[in-house]
Ligand binder design. Structure first.
Ligand SMILES: *Cc1c(COP(=O)(O)O)cnc(C)c1O
Length: 358
């Protein structure tokens, strides 16, 4: 099996080895040290500002999306959110559930965010901005500089879901004035699912400290307090945190976050260069290095996904809802090589020969 989905993805040997070991007890100085190193590396890799903190929440990416909305916004806020697909819609629902006033910019599938979309919202009393910098469902990456300058001009508190973008695309938290950056263990971190990470600017830490949250598990004040000594308030996904530690250490040793991003970008470029003569159309105006969204012409995208899985041992990422039969996605995150893409492209060519991909 070769896995080209966007998560869970394939893990490297250092991560796989830990999966075969017993999970240790964690209220120890040894585990605290590992967590403090995890925090330091996450802040450094996100290019976070001086005094930033990182929280490791046990739960999938959505847990941190929800925790962020609950802990940094409230009924006195007015949030602008970008809704370009199913992950943007998730922020919409979270704001509704937690009674955070909001307006949204709805984008058509595949369309980039532009200055024209933002212009009507200048000087309108907004206090926050919520965005999935890479809307993984459609494969559109929004321009971080455009968002950063809008937020700076309007004094907005900026929360960025970079769950599928972190490590795959450049991320400059301090330069862009991002207050909360969210990612998850099963995307480019290439670990099993179960942990989501929030990197917090000093301004975000201050907001969390001053906010009353009606939740025990998602009240981040206790996570911040415990994190000072490398601990968590409740039993975390200890094994996954050890795997994250091994993965971050490997990235550091191999040349750092830039090298990792370059590697993912090179795989994405290579795959994209190999498919120009296939009956598939790239259907995003602005892509992340993490994934290539492809639209089929005269066949069902879901059928291509199923045949690749059942007959070739290859997993691409299907789409749901209205795009089930139109779009499938090919991921570039996880432990993948150029050779893996040659196998995929050969399989796609074989489907053309068989008259299935047309
Ligand atoms: C994967 C992903 C999430 C989180 O999904 P979970 O299933 O909760 O891990 C959120 N936002 C984006 C943009 C994602 O790609």
């Amino acid at each position: 099996m070769i896995n080209f989905t966007v998560g869970p993805v394939q893990s490297g040997p250092e991560v796989l080895a830990i999966g075969g070991e017993h999970v240790p007890y964690f209220r120890t100085p040894e585990f605290s040290k590992i967590m403090l190193e995890n925090e330091e590396r996450m802040c450094r890799f996100a290019k976070a500002p001086e005094g930033a903190r990182a929280i490791f929440l046990t739960g999938s990416g959505t847990a941190s999306m929800e925790a962020a909305v609950m802990n940094v916004f409230g009924p006195a806020d007015k949030v602008l959110l970008v809704n370009g697909g199913s992950f943007g819609q998730r922020f919409h629902e979270l704001c509704q559930i937690h009674q955070v006033p909001f307006e949204e910019i709805r984008l058509e599938t595949g369309k980039a965010l532009t200055a024209e979309h933002l212009a009507p919202f200048e000087d309108r009393g907004f206090t926050g901005f919520l965005v999935n910098i890479h809307e993984t469902s459609t494969g559109v990456r929004y321009d971080p500089e455009l968002i950063a300058s809008f937020c700076r001009r309007n004094g907005l508190f900026l929360v960025v879901d970079a769950i599928s973008s972190f490590l795959a695309d450049e991320f400059r938290m301090a330069d862009w004035g991002v207050d909360v950056m969210i990612t998850g263990s099963q995307k480019a971190l290439a670990c099993p699912p179960g942990i989501s990470v929030m990197v917090l600017s000093p301004r975000a830490v201050e907001r969390i400290q001053g906010n009353q949250v009606r939740s025990l598990y998602f009240d981040l004040k206790s996570a911040l307090k415990n994190g000072e000594r490398g601990q968590t308030p409740f039993t975390p996904a200890v094994g996954t945190l050890l795997q994250i530690h091994a993965r971050l250490e490997t990235i550091d040793r191999m040349g750092g976050v830039e090298k990792e991003t370059e590697k993912i970008a090179a795989l994405a470029d290579y795959f994209r260069s190999q498919i120009s003569d296939l009956p598939l159309d790239i259907c995003s105006e602005s892509m992340s290095n993490a994934v290539t969204p492809l639209m089929t012409r005269n066949c069902s995208a879901h059928e291509i996904f199923t045949i690749l899985k059942d007959e070739y041992g290859i997993w691409v990422c299907p789409n749901g809802g209205e795009y089930k039969d139109k779009i499938f996605r090919v991921g570039h995150i996880g432990a993948l090589t150029a050779e893996d893409y040659r196998v995929l492209v050969d399989a796609l060519r074989d489907l053309v020969r068989r008259g299935i991909l047309k």
